[in-house]
Ligand binder design. Structure first.
Ligand code: TMP
Length: 638
């Protein structure tokens, strides 16, 4: 609307008017959020929701009727203030309607409901612009979209009027974004992540701020503008979804830095290529990278053990808001100030518009922020990026050759017995297969000891209770690692070694690899450190064979009886990393591992395990005896 109300030939005024509108719409969110929270806690919420809706309706309808730039700008500001009140009241009502344990889930759903309609709105706007263009002529283009918006407010008021229950219990006011920003994030890690988020938000903000003018320069008009916004909104949504799921074995911190750099590069292309289709696609790519950066960053700063601490996430939101505000102010100003420049390239000319220049500058700033963030966040220093990425694309974790060679060589203690470990993620069926293998071995006359970790000894049982009880909170990753190692040391000393020394076959359900996979890969601690601690705890005892039962975490977790223990209830990406970790360990030493797809029928799995165990078994009958007994019929039970 403001673009339409400024003179078409004055591109810089137009860019600044659009940018100014966006600034006016974002300012209340940055400055007035706590006020809205306070009001929502005190005023009758149903009244507040309905008044906000009716006022927004009236203001939005008057914008096209009045058709004056100043009123349009004022309306943008007022509608945004009212929206702030509305959202605060709605969130407060939601919190009061639900039991407390549901509130994190409700907050997530509310966020989805608030941001989810953005792509739909953008598409709708593009369609309305096309219809209005065809039927109402140039000047009425934004009118139709505004009337439809007013209709949405009408429906909303009606819905609130007929809903019976809007409780009036108070809730704490939302923290002020600016205050959060000045207080800092609470953790050093979040500061590096904040830099990355500032970059990602800057790219998206830059595109939004000049998209109307830029698409106009490219002959796109309002429908083109709507399409660009839709591309961005869809991209962001998809990116947010993709972030935690992409390249699971790859370092999340590296991924975050790379996503910001990629968003900056998409913005460079977007700024330089003067073609509407390219602009739409690049905006969508930019959205995917920025969205992935957002969800990766959020996961990186939220400590799963302290889910109540919303501060780091709120800090990131504040950073994103302020960075967008900076983009809304700066990019249109730069675009207006630089204006269009025509470059003569011999037989063709290249129009470098003011908005292209603004976008390019935003891209360069983001690129610098992305590179700095990458360097600051890099948790795999010294490991080259390309092979690391390539390995992650194959679902593996890259270990540089020199590290493999330098890994502590575990002295192989060959005792008289045989040592077999069963490993795998949750619900893979290790326990069942370990038991079946033991029965089979006993049937063949071997002395078999079946055991498990954690918790096979008296002390171990107490450690197990501590480790798996969901009431254990605040256990640090290192402490967890050492407790598992302590259980293991006790297990070796009191169960495994005595059995091995008398020549038994020891079958254990979990061993060192579980710690490498869960505490190393899962908790993202240095795997070499975990290996070293465990080599010491076990005195270097390595299994003769490790059977790895492979299953996708979601399938495995589904097989488990409820309720989940402390480790089982870790998020999906934790279990994905554990799975990738087990795989990487097994693939690095194929002679010592048997990798099996745990979704296959149980009897088939048992048979394969028996074949493989058979290969490593000592001959139960002393050599030479066979000649003496060969005249007797062999008694076999299969
Ligand atoms: P389980 O008895 O069902 O196998 O449970 C043991 C849990 O402990 C399982 O979730 C995996 C976890 N675990 C580790 O995280 N590290 C270890 O070293 C071991 C042995 C188990």
């Amino acid at each position: 609307m403001v673009a339409m109300l400024t003179r078409e030939d004055d591109v810089s005024a137009r860019a600044q008017a659009v940018g100014g509108t966006l600034v006016l719409m974002l300012l209340p969110v940055v400055l007035l959020a706590p006020l809205a929270g306070l009001l929502a806690a005190r005023v009758d919420r149903r009244l507040m929701l309905m008044v906000a809706d009716v006022l927004r309706l009236v203001i939005v309808v008057t914008v096209p009727l009045v058709g004056v730039l100043a009123w349009t700008l004022a309306a943008a500001f007022l509608v945004s203030c009212l929206s702030l009140l509305w959202v605060a009241a709605a969130r407060a009502s939601l919190a009061a309607l639900l039991p407390e344990e549901e509130s994190p889930r409700a907050a997530r759903t509310a966020t989805r409901v608030i941001y989810g309609p953005a792509p739909v709105a953008a598409v709708l706007f593009a369609i309305l612009a096309l219809i209005a263009d065809g039927t109402l002529g140039r000047d009425s283009r934004a009118d139709l979209a505004l009337y439809v918006t007013a209709g949405v407010f009408l429906v909303s008021t009606a819905a609130i009027a007929i809903s019976r229950e809007i409780p009036a219990v108070g809730m704490p006011a939302a923290p002020a974004p600016l205050k959060l920003l000045f207080q800092g994030p609470g953790t050093a890690a979040a500061r590096g992540v904040g830099l990355a988020i500032a970059g990602a938000s800057l790219t998206a903000g830059a595109v939004i701020s000049v998209a109307r003018v830029h698409t106009g320069d490219l002959g796109g008009g309002d429908a083109g503008y709507g399409t660009v916004l839709a591309g961005l909104a869809f991209g962001l949504g998809f990116g947010v979804f993709l972030g935690p799921r992409a390249l699971v074995p790859f370092s999340r911190r590296r991924l975050l830095g790379l996503a910001v750099i990629a968003a900056a590069l998409a913005l460079v292309v977007l700024a330089l290529v003067q073609n509407l289709v390219v602009v739409v696609f690049m905006t969508a790519f930019l959205g995917v990278f920025a969205g992935a950066a957002w969800s990766t960053a959020k996961a990186a700063v939220t400590d799963p053990d302290a889910q109540d601490d919303a501060r780091p996430a709120a800090y990131l939101r504040a950073v994103a808001l302020v960075a967008a505000l900076v983009a809304f102010i700066a990019v249109p100003l730069i675009a207006g100030a630089l204006g269009s420049n025509r470059l003569d390239l011999g037989d063709s000319v290249y129009d470098f518009t003011g908005s292209s220049a603004g976008l390019l500058i935003a891209a360069v700033v983001t690129l610098i922020a992305g590179l700095l963030a990458y360097r600051r966040l890099d948790d795999r220093r010294g490991i080259p990026l390309v092979p690391d990425l390539r390995a992650a694309l194959h679902g593996e974790i890259y270990t540089p050759p020199e590290q493999v060679a330098a890994a502590p060589q575990q002295p192989v203690h060959r005792e008289r017995g045989v040592f077999i470990a069963f490993e795998g993620g949750e619900g893979a069926g290790k326990t069942t297969q370990a038991r079946l293998a033991a029965i089979w071995l006993r049937d063949h006359g071997y002395d078999v000891v079946t055991t498990h970790e954690p918790g096979a000894t008296k002390i171990g049982m107490r450690l197990r209770a501590m480790l798996l009880d969901r009431d254990t909170t605040g256990l640090s990753d290192r402490a967890e690692t050492l407790l598992y190692a302590a259980d293991r040391a006790d297990h070796i000393a009191n169960v495994i070694r005595p059995a091995m020394e008398r020549g038994a076959i020891v079958v254990t359900d979990r061993y060192v690899d579980s710690s490498l996979a869960y505490q190393g890969f899962g908790r993202e601690q240095a795997v070499e450190d975990i290996a070293r601690v465990n080599a010491w705890a076990t005195g270097g005892l390595v299994p003769d064979l490790t059977v790895l039962l492979e299953i996708p975490p979601e399938a495995g977790l589904r097989r488990l009886p409820a309720p989940a223990d402390r480790i089982e209830s870790e998020p999906q990406d934790f279990h994905e990393r554990v799975r990738a970790g087990f795989r990487a360990l097994a693939e690095a030493d194929p002679d010592r591992y048997l990798i099996l797809d745990a979704s296959r029928p149980q009897t088939e799995l048992s048979r394969e395990i028996q074949y493989r165990i058979h290969e490593i078994l000592p001959d139960p009958v002393p050599a030479g005896t066979e000649d003496a007994t060969s005249t007797f019929p062999a008694i076999r039970d299969f």
